[in-house]
Every structure is written in structure tokens, then in C-alpha cells.
Design a protein. Structure first.
Length: 255
């Protein structure tokens, strides 16, 4: 398969693979990069409002570059959580990017020398744009344009947000402490397409909010992560029960 051939998992194969103009891929990728990149301002405000310096805030965006983990970290710190607990919550949220990387490594098939640098851009948005493309060439363009535009804009708006938070003083008085959670929910909501995904989100919210008054800051986030395996376990048991019922019905018909 050549670099311009059909992307693994893309629609069609060989000459039947639908073509997508490079300009269309760039347009879609820029749309995602710009839309999400602007929310870096909310992170900058939230981080500076939680007590981190401008330098620390910018370092998080430059070196971590995964919005959900960054918001989780500064949110836990703002709530008085232990730094190690806050870091653990951010780490577990970021683990999903490792699984994205396994898929994208096959899809993009980048040269080995480039992979360590590309790994820094393996996040929700670049993965979604790449997987939506019909060919490997389009996937590479989508990944690159989304990664570059989002990384540059996210870090720029993080700096502006942190400087703005220092200028206005107490962010709580302006209600800007709610900016981080609001942005996170806005990014999450469109991803909840199936009943299983909605169930995981609902249980995670109930666990997080329910345990917030009784557990140290940052720990409810870790406990809420148990929602995913719990729902998957129930779904698996339900599917096994249905399969068993079908097998029993088939045996009765054969008799």
C-alpha cells in the first residue's frame, strides 16, 4: 500500500476509494483546530485563577497539551487537592491518548523519525479528523493541519487567558472559575452518541458529584473513571444473556 493509498479503516478500497480534495481536508481540519484552540483562553483563566503562575500555565499547555487532563489538574488544585492526586486524575484522563496512538500508528504509517514528534499531537481532535478521512494522504493532512493549528492557537490563547486572569484579579468574582468545566462539557456532549456512552457519562457525573463532599479534591475524578468498566461489564452480561436465550430458542426449534 502506498502513502497515497486507502487509509486502513477508511471507506472503500483501491480505486473505489472516494476522493476528497486536499483543500476540503484542510478546511475541515482548520475548523476543528480553530474552534477548539480558542478554548485555551478558558484554560489559561482557570489555571491562573487556581494559583498557578503564567509560566506554569503555559508550560502545561506546551508540554501536556491535552485539554481534559489540563482542566482536571488545575480544577483539583483549585479545590485544594493534593498535587499527586490531581496529577493522577489528569494522568488517567490522558491514558486514552495511548489507545488513539495505537490506531493512528497504523492509519498514518509515519516515518519512525517523525513519530515521537507526532505523538505529542495525538489527542481527541486530531484522532477524530484523521479517522474521518478516506485515504492515508487525507488522514495525514488532516492530522497535521489539525495538530499545528490547534497547538499554536491553544498555547497562544492559554497565554492570553493567564495574562487576562492576572489583570482582572479574582476570577471567582467574575464567574470565570466556571469557564473550564463549561468548555469541557461543550467538547464532551457531541461525543456522546450511543446509549452506552451516555450511560457512562451519567454514572460518572453521579459518582463525581456524589463523592465530592466526602472525598479529597481530585479523588472523585478517579472514582468516576470506574463508570466505564462498570457499564461495559453490564453490557457484556446483557449480551451474553441474550446470546444464551437465542441458543436455547434455537435448540428448542431443532427438537
Amino acid at each position: 500500500m502506498t502513502a497515497d493509498g486507502p487509509a486502513p479503516g477508511g471507506s472503500g478500497s483501491g480505486d473505489d476509494t472516494p476522493k476528497k480534495p486536499d483543500s476540503a481536508v484542510v478546511r475541515d481540519a482548520l475548523g476543528v483546530g480553530i474552534a477548539v484552540g480558542l478554548s485555551g483562553f478558558a484554560f489559561g483563566v482557570t489555571s491562573a485563577g487556581s494559583g498557578l503562575t503564567v509560566l506554569q500555565t503555559c508550560a502545561l499547555s506546551l508540554l501536556v497539551f491535552t485539554g481534559a487532563s489540563q482542566f482536571a489538574l488545575v480544577g483539583a488544585l483549585a479545590g485544594g487537592g493534593n498535587p499527586f492526586t490531581a496529577a493522577a486524575g489528569a494522568f488517567f484522563l490522558g491514558v486514552r491518548n495511548a489507545f488513539y496512538g495505537l490506531r493512528l500508528s497504523q492509519l498514518l504509517a509515519l516515518p519512525r523519525a517523525v513519530r515521537p514528534f507526532a505523538a505529542h499531537w495525538v489527542i481527541d481532535e486530531t484522532t477524530a479528523v484523521s479517522l474521518a478521512q478516506p485515504t492515508r494522504r487525507a488522514a495525514r493532512i488532516g492530522f497535521t493541519v489539525t495538530g499545528v493549528s490547534l497547538y499554536v492557537l491553544w498555547n497562544l490563547t492559554t497565554l492570553l487567558g493567564a495574562l487576562g486572569a492576572e489583570a482582572i484579579g479574582d476570577t471567582d468574582a467574575w464567574g470565570l472559575d466556571a469557564a473550564g468545566p463549561a468548555v469541557f462539557l461543550a467538547l464532551l456532549a457531541p461525543m456522546l452518541r450511543t446509549t452506552t456512552e451516555r450511560a457512562v457519562a451519567a454514572i460518572a457525573v453521579l459518582l463525581g458529584l456524589g463523592l465530592l463532599p466526602v472525598l479529597p479534591a481530585g479523588v472523585p475524578v478517579l472514582v468516576a473513571a470506574l463508570a466505564a468498566p462498570a457499564v461495559l461489564y453490564v453490557e457484556g452480561r446483557r449480551a451474553a444473556t441474550k446470546d444464551a436465550a437465542r441458543s436455547d430458542a434455537a435448540r428448542k426449534e431443532d427438537r
